[in-house]
Write a protein that binds this ligand. Structure first.
Ligand code: PMP
Length: 458
């Protein structure tokens, strides 16, 4: 979070960091584009808020009708350094002018190497590391599994309830939720096994992190066999599954068990990585050092880039030519990543995420205290959420969650939903959002939620 006067890491000065609505939402130009879209874009690709963006900067998006929205989604945790961050824009323009593509597998370039050097430095652990670069989070997860299988000579992959790892065939198998991610898209890749996670709000009886890990381990040992498992893949905080923070001790116990059994512990930090949770990587909150880390989203200030970083002996277990891809580690995306990483470090954006938490959580807790429909406020840093239920129960209230998100959007605040049950509002502001924008967005959220209580559930 930055102060209102300090807009250095933000947008072009002509894009004011304010919320401003000048038409209905969506406005007439957006509606025209929606009609064109319906005639040409596949129906399976949907949009949360169908306002068409003209430009964006810092913590706001401006649509084609001139409305300006406060962005509490960051394009799903991507534009953490701010949208169109000037340093990223300059790096992209400079690199594009030098060369746009050669294919690292044909003729390499320094930017790829420099990104891998940075990832070795930034990811948890001081062991010898190697990295590979790809284009998307799902591709990073796929490659982590390939590497773990090749390195261990084993087949099985263990994932968890409520997990989200992507939409490719293997990662669909690894993702938990059927609709909309899996329904009708099978058959799925084999040798993927699901274990119980730690979801403190929804445990039938309170269970500690280590006990929840023991519960998962018992399932794996009985249903798979530890010596069959190549990799255990887990999000340190569940992302699409509902921003669930596991009970303390859950992740360390799983990591210790994986190590003791020769299983590659893969932290899927695609959503939690790059300062989002108040540390560079979410595993750091519990001192967990993963064998492999998958990264994407926040890595390159909005350019498509993803990575796997891990122990040199695992990464190097793959034969030459076994890893790669035409566009993987695009020079333009790498230049953007180097600029973004420089911003994460020089502007202490992990500290900014902690400042966002400190500003948002007390207000969210106060709201929860007077709103029986809010079962929990949770998250870390600038990865925060509220879970909505029917008051007095733990029954998920997806309709109410959708209504709040929709009404926030109508009032100029972009809020995303998530959760297996669709009943979680998640907040992922750009880490450079100004205090003024954040306060204004919270005012809107409060009035929409409170209106819900007065007008709806009573
Ligand atoms: N893993 C996690 C934890 C994610 O949150 C996501 C995206 N939401 C993915 C993997 C897949 O990333 P992508 O959409 O870039 O393929």
């Amino acid at each position: 979070m930055t102060s209102d006067s300090d807009t250095r890491p933000l947008a072009a000065p002509d894009l004011a960091q304010v919320r401003r609505l000048v038409t209905a939402v969506p406005g007439p130009r957006s509606l025209e584009l929606a009609a064109r879209r319906a005639a040409t874009v596949a129906g399976g690709v949907t949009s949360t808020l169908p306002v068409y963006v003209a430009r964006a900067g810092g913590g706001v998006l401006e649509d084609v009708d001139g409305n300006t929205f406060i962005d509490l989604g960051s394009g799903i945790a991507v534009t953490s350094v701010g949208n169109a961050a000037p340093a990223v824009v300059a790096a992209v323009a400079g690199q594009a002018a030098d060369f746009t593509h050669t294919c690292f597998m044909i003729t390499p370039y320094e930017e790829y190497v420099a990104v891998c050097e940075a990832l070795a430095r930034l990811t948890p652990g001081d062991h010898d590391k190697r990295s590979m670069l790809v284009n998307s989070g799902a591709e990073a997860v796929e490659n982590a599994v390939k590497i773990a299988r090749r390195a261990t000579g084993r087949d099985a992959v263990v994932v968890f309830e409520h997990a989200y790892h992507g939409r490719t065939n293997l990662t669909m198998a690894m993702t938990a939720k059927a609709m909309p991610y899996k329904t009708g898209f099978g058959p799925f890749a084999g040798e993927v096994y699901r274990a119980p996670v730690s979801y403190p709000l929804r445990e039938p009886a309170a269970i500690s992190g280590p006990d929840a890990a023991a519960r998962a381990i018992a399932v794996i040992e009985k249903q798979v066999g530890a010596d069959q498992v190549a990799a255990l893949v887990i999000e340190p905080i569940l992302g699409e599954g509902g921003f669930v923070v596991p009970a303390p001790g859950f992740l360390p116990a799983l990591a210790a068990w994986a190590r003791a059994n020769g299983i590659v512990f893969v932290a899927d930090e695609v959503q939690t990585g790059f300062a989002r949770t108040g540390t560079m990587f979410a595993c750091e909150h519990e001192g967990v050092v993963p064998d492999l880390v998958t990264m994407a989203k926040g890595i390159a200030g909005g350019l498509p880039l993803a990575a796997v970083t891990g122990r040199a002996e695992l990464m190097n277990a793959v034969h030459g030519g076994g890893l790669g891809g035409t566009f993987g580690g695009s020079p333009v995306a790498c230049a953007a990543a180097l600029a973004a990483i420089e911003l994460y470090e020089s502007a202490d954006l992990a500290g900014a995420a902690r400042a966002i938490e400190a500003r948002m959580v007390p207000r969210l807790r106060a709201l929860a205290a007077r709103t029986p429909a809010i079962a929990e406020v949770r998250g870390r840093g600038a990865m925060l959420a509220i879970e909505l239920v029917r008051p007095g129960t733990l029954e998920p209230d997806a309709a109410e969650t959708a209504r709040i998100a929709r009404e926030c959007a109508q009032r100029g605040v972009i809020v995303l939903t998530c959760g297996t049950f669709g009943n979680v509002l998640r907040f992922l502001p750009p880490l450079v959002i100004t205090a003024g924008l954040l306060d204004d967005a919270l005012d809107v959220l409060e009035s929409v939620v409170t209106g819900a209580v007065v007008g709806g559930q009573g």
